[in-house]
Design a protein around this ligand. Structure first.
Ligand code: ASP
Length: 328
């Protein structure tokens, strides 16, 4: 039997078995009855130490959200966090003082949606989902994406907060463009979720590099670079220097390495190694990955120490420090 068919049949068998064990749950917030048909214990992982965001996704999964819904709810926490200067509202602007956001989502059917260079909208991962579900396209840029947002009820917001404007004015005094290695500059949130049915989906959202050139788009909204999901194999997400992640199509590479039999940890390490080996300049930037396979195994790895992944498993949300290529 062809492998693809075999996997599909096995999954169908699993679903049939699990239907016998249908769980009825009551979500805390809405008190609405949710029917969960699967038996998998939900898992959420995300880049960096975003405790709250990962917990929100984990609890959403526990309460019966599917993997995509949970990932979008989770990353929205950081999109709305004014203190996060690399995601959503409060994100650092480009060199002209404009905050422009990038995001993408992928569901467990392999559908994808993405928005790039969007101004005035905070929840761009949710907007990427609209592109995926309500348009014939995968990616929308700038004004087109913004217009679509208003048509679907998104609010127009000024994303430049008082603090980010102040920091920008300060930056203008030297206008020195020098990416900082860790979370001070890279706090993009990439999130991977596995729901009760064992289906995997993900979201990635960012304001990109601080004081980037006008029009610059990084890896985060690029399917295969900032995020990739293949529900038969697993998923991966990236943070760090987008230009380097794009050149090696990092998230796609990790999923393909897992397809060839590598664990999520080994696949993340290999993807970082590709960047390091090709780039004598690698000590001057950070690249970090997280990954999850179909069995719920997870992994993470980065060039520089200082990267961490959040992991919600068996209803416990844990911060996991990553190993790094430059660990001494
Ligand atoms: N990867 C993001 C980008 O290049 C930045 C980051 O992770 O901080 O746009």
């Amino acid at each position: 039997m062809q492998r693809r068919k075999f996997i599909k049949r096995s999954l169908q068998g699993g679903v049939a078995l699990s239907l016998g064990a249908t769980i009825i749950a009551c979500t805390e917030s809405s008190k609405k009855e949710t029917v969960m048909t699967g038996t998998h214990s939900p898992i959420a992982i995300c880049t960096w130490g975003f405790t709250k965001a990962n917990e929100v996704a984990g609890i959403a999964l526990k309460n019966g959200d599917n993997a995509l819904e949970a990932a979008i709810k989770g990353v929205a926490v950081e999109e709305e966090n004014l203190k996060n200067t690399t995601v959503g509202k409060g994100g650092a602007p480009d060199r002209e003082g404009n905050v422009t956001l990038d995001a993408c989502v992928m569901n467990s059917n392999g559908d994808a949606g993405s928005v790039v260079c969007v101004e005035n909208i905070t929840n761009v991962a949710a907007l990427a989902r609209i592109v995926m579900e309500k348009t014939p396209h995968v990616m929308l840029a700038g004004d087109g994406a913004e217009e679509l947002a208003y048509k679907h009820g998104f609010q127009k917001e000024n994303l430049l907060t008082e603090n980010s404007e102040k920091a920008y004015r300060e930056w203008l005094k030297t206008s020195e463009y020098k990416p900082i290695i860790n979370i001070e500059n890279h706090d993009t949130i990439g999130m991977l979720c596995m729901d009760h049915n064992g289906d995997i989906a993900g979201a990635c959202t960012t304001s990109g590099l601080s004081y980037k050139m006008k029009g610059r788009v990084g890896d985060s909204p690029i399917i295969g670079s900032g995020l990739f999901i293949d529900n038969e194999i697993g998923g991966a997400a990236a943070t760090g220097m987008g230009e380097e992640i794009m050149k090696t199509v990092g998230s796609f590479l990790i999923v393909e390495l897992m397809r060839q039999g590598k664990t999520p940890q080994q696949a993340c390490e290999e993807a970082v190694r590709r960047v390091v080996d090709k780039n004598p300049n690698h000590k001057n930037f950070q690249v970090a990955y997280i990954a999850m396979d179909k069995k719920g195994n997870t992994g993470s790895y980065s060039i520089h120490p200082g990267f961490a992944m959040m992991e919600y498993k068996e209803e416990i949300n844990t911060r996991k420090e990553s190993k790094a290529a430059l660990d001494s």
